[in-house]
Design a protein around this ligand. Structure first.
Ligand SMILES: [Zn+2]
Length: 276
């Protein structure tokens, strides 16, 4: 499932593919992903993308057509991805929308399970969208403010792993990065969020930043923009330290075995020896 690093890679690829290029055709199939409807992307025809932003797991692209601005809000949901193909090539599987670009390439938004979203935002007024306004700071672009994080966690009775999934706390941390960050910080995912002390919150903040940076560097090196992104759930090589590694020996202590538990319906992975 795409989290901050996967979405940031998508942002960098889209910037590479679409920057200063004109959209010559924009099409979408009827699907719940495309909002408000299948004709939603038509205003993008003849527009030129020039701004490529990301907030948490949300891609916010801005295009200009004459004096008009158009925003494109893209959330990858569970299985969404952006792929590039030459104009003459066949559309990839699960393509839900396409943007044909000047220069001879087509950008496809593909989504097998349809939990993503592709929405035109008139005037590129992303600040008017309540879901985006509610997001907390983005660990990659805003950093992690330790006193703020500590203050927010102090009010939460949920286990720390569950608390980290709330996008109002930190935008972009998902199920994978939550497990990875807590492993790096040496914190037991079952601990109550409000029980973490100053030192632990500082370690957690460092764990979040480093886990995101390491994952992103790995994707940039191993996937890049030329290969189609595959998620771990789809059988891609696992770049993570604990995520999806139940039963394997912990790489840090080399004694304990990584354990999988379920918290709030989502899988959590941790080392019972290294995390307290
Ligand atoms: Zn261990």
């Amino acid at each position: 499932m795409p989290e901050l690093p996967e979405v940031e890679l998508a942002r960098r690829c889209l910037q590479k593919w679409a920057s200063k290029r004109r959209v010559t055709a924009a099409t979408a199939a009827r699907s719940r992903v495309i909002r408000p409807g299948p004709r939603a992307l038509e205003p993008l025809r003849d527009a030129t993308f020039f701004r490529f932003e990301r907030r948490g797991k949300n891609l916010l692209l801005t295009a200009r057509k004459g004096a008009q601005l158009h925003g494109l809000w893209s959330h990858l949901g569970m299985t969404g991805k952006w792929l590039r193909r030459p104009v003459a090539a066949e559309a990839p599987r699960f393509a839900r929308a396409s943007l044909t670009m000047s220069g001879g390439s087509v950008l496809y938004y593909c989504d097998m399970r349809l939990f993503g979203r592709l929405q035109l935002v008139p005037g590129a007024r992303f600040e008017d969208i309540p879901e985006l306004r509610a997001l907390g700071p983005d660990p990659l672009t805003d950093g992690v403010d330790v006193p703020r994080l500590r203050q927010r966690l102090a009010a939460l009775r949920a286990p720390i792993k569950v608390a980290l999934l709330d996008q109002r706390l930190l935008a972009g941390v998902g199920n994978i990065q939550a497990s990875e960050s807590l492993y790096r910080a040496g914190i037991d995912p079952r601990r109550r969020a409000s029980d973490l002390d100053d030192k632990e919150v500082r370690r957690l903040a460092t764990g979040i930043r480093r886990s995101i940076a390491a994952t992103l560097a790995r994707f940039e090196r191993d996937v890049g923009c030329e290969e189609d992104m595959a998620y771990v759930e789809e059988g891609a090589p696992n770049p993570f330290a604990v995520y999806d590694r139940a039963g394997e020996t912990c790489r840090r202590c080399r004694r304990a075995v990584i354990v999988r538990i379920v918290q709030a319906g989502r899988a959590t992975y941790f080392c019972p020896h290294c995390q307290h």
